[in-house]
Design a protein around this ligand. Structure first.
Ligand code: SF4
Length: 500
């Protein structure tokens, strides 16, 4: 292997590697992993994560491995190489799910053994792989992600060169014991990239965007959303003399500069704490909530008008032009039934607002994400409508809500839907069926009604199925026998005789 850069201080790598952690993983327990990581020198990063992503009642992730969020952000960006450093089983799961979601590109992996982990050789192997990958013809940036074990053993990605041959290098720790959800892990990488790009922009001229910039001042959107949503938002901003800017996480490095060069940031997903810190450091005002439904759109346009100094008359005229169409779309597609909703994407509260404005009898919203200043308006609005809002909700909280409210439809994560169906209650997956649809403006109003009403109408089929399969998969039919089968004595004697 060719290495033409100076070696980092061996003290840094060997000091940082704590022995005895290579057998640990998400099964080891948060406190054990945290203690190991602190001892190995990752205390500062973990303290920042604890502040940015305050933990909930459960000490381990209840959804997929959180690192998937960071991995996905890197894999969706052009000219970006992503390298994982972690246990082979974790990397297998992460690459599997990446390709399941259509990554269509390689995920880099630097394997380790107990010896390379403890001696600091793993860090040198990572460093070597970064040098091999850093080809400016192919990449703008190489991202290295430390999973649980390398984070707990203090593999010091901060000592990687910041740039090699013009290719940026970003190393982040994304342990399951420090970042509670994959939604927040998206923010870990997006925030690190914004930090890097902001410092570049402060140094001097940066690369222009691929497509010409809008001539109007722009609003940057924070949080992954359905592709029609930014177009809808653009239509709402046009009469205000504004345009829609990039969506963060971006699809290309140079979009980060355009994202920073905005007049305001709309935190459509309110859990992007590290990214918001970078925008605020760049002097950009941030607004919460989103233009969903009539009330949400009206309040959001007021906020945009305020932070961008648009005359009130112009904002009022825009609302007068837009809101009747949204009202009409909502009224034209009413949702009839009692619903509970939960998820781990970060868009649960805005989706819930849309359901309430569509006439649904929504009783409960659970989100695996934490409460932040940017979700306050949605929380207040939902609670005023009698909806219980639960931040950092666990699977147990979501299932308890189903039992308490006995909904006609439970929208949630896979295990929540499974729990609902086992109770003869129709269920729909939030990620695939709600968050993968437009939510904003007139396109959002009514987009989910047909699916939800059809699911609610399936109640009788679920009851029929429950009746038909009653008892299957439980007790003696579950395939698990708590004690050895009792063979009749006559049968035992026959076997001892050698008879079949
Ligand atoms: S990296 Fe992910 S899968 Fe691996 S131990 Fe940590 S949380 Fe679990």
């Amino acid at each position: 292997m060719t290495l033409d850069a100076p070696n980092p201080s061996p003290n840094d790598t060997t000091r940082a590697s704590a022995p005895g952690v290579d057998g640990l993983g998400c099964h080891a327990g948060r406190e054990t992993m945290l203690a190991a990581a602190r001892e190995a020198g990752a205390g500062e990063t973990l303290a920042r994560y604890a502040k940015d992503y305050p933990a909930g009642p459960h000490d381990q992730p209840q959804s997929m491995c959180p690192a998937f969020g960071s991995l996905r952000v890197g894999l969706r960006m052009r000219r970006t190489a992503t390298v994982l450093s972690g246990s082979a089983c974790c990397v297998y799961g992460l690459t599997f799910i990446s390709h399941f979601y259509g990554a269509r590109r390689s995920v880099g992996y630097v394997p380790f053994s107990s010896e390379t982990l403890v001696t600091g050789k793993l860090f040198e192997d990572i460093r070597e792989s970064v040098f091999q990958l850093a080809d400016p013809e192919k990449y703008d940036v190489v991202v290295v992600i430390n999973l649980c074990v390398p984070t707990a053993s203090g593999v010091p990605l901060r000592l990687l060169p910041k740039e090699i041959n013009g290719v940026r290098v970003i190393g982040i720790d994304v342990p399951g014991f420090g970042v509670p959800t994959h939604a927040e892990a998206k923010d870990v990488l997006a925030g690190a990239m914004l930090n890097y790009a902001r410092k570049e922009a402060e140094q001097g001229p940066v690369q222009a965007p691929r497509t010409p910039r809008a001539t109007e001042p722009t609003i940057t959107l924070l949080g992954e959303m359905f592709p029609v949503d930014p177009i809808q938002i653009g239509g709402m901003l046009k009469p205000l003399g504004l345009a829609v800017g990039p969506v963060v996480p971006t699809r290309e490095w140079r979009e980060l500069y355009s994202a920073l060069d905005c007049c305001a940031v709309a935190a459509i997903h309110p859990h992007y704490t590290a990214s918001i810190r970078e925008f605020q450091a760049a002097g950009r005002p941030v607004i919460g909530s989103a233009p969903v439904g009539v009330d949400g759109t009206a309040a959001w346009l007021d906020d945009v008008g305020k932070v961008c100094n648009i005359e009130t008359a112009k904002v009022d005229a825009t609302k007068a032009a837009l809101l009747p169409a949204i009202r009409g779309a909502l009224d034209g597609a009413p949702i009839r039934g009692r619903i509970t909703l939960s998820g781990y994407e970060g868009s649960e509260l805005i989706a819930a607002r849309l359901l309430v404005e569509s006439g649904a009898d929504l009783r409960y919203v659970g989100t695996a994400c934490p409460r932040t200043p940017w979700s306050e308006r949605d929380r207040e609005w939902l609670e005023a409508k009698g909806v219980r809002v639960h931040f950092r909700a666990t699977l147990e909280d979501d299932v308890a809500a189903i039992d308490e409210y006995q909904p006609d439809l439970a929208i949630g994560t896979t295990p929540v839907v499974q729990a609902a169906k086992s109770r003869s209650i129709p269920g729909l997956y939030f990620t695939n069926l709600i968050s993968a649809r437009p939510l904003m403006g007139a396109a959002g109003a009514g987009s989910v009604a047909a699916t939800l009403n059809a699911a609610i109408g399936n109640k009788a089929r679920f009851e029929q199925m429950s009746e038909f399969f009653e008892g299957v998969g439980r007790g003696a039919t579950s395939g698990i026998w708590p004690e050895a089968a009792k063979i009749p004595q006559s049968e035992t004697a026959k076997r001892e005789d050698g008879a079949c």
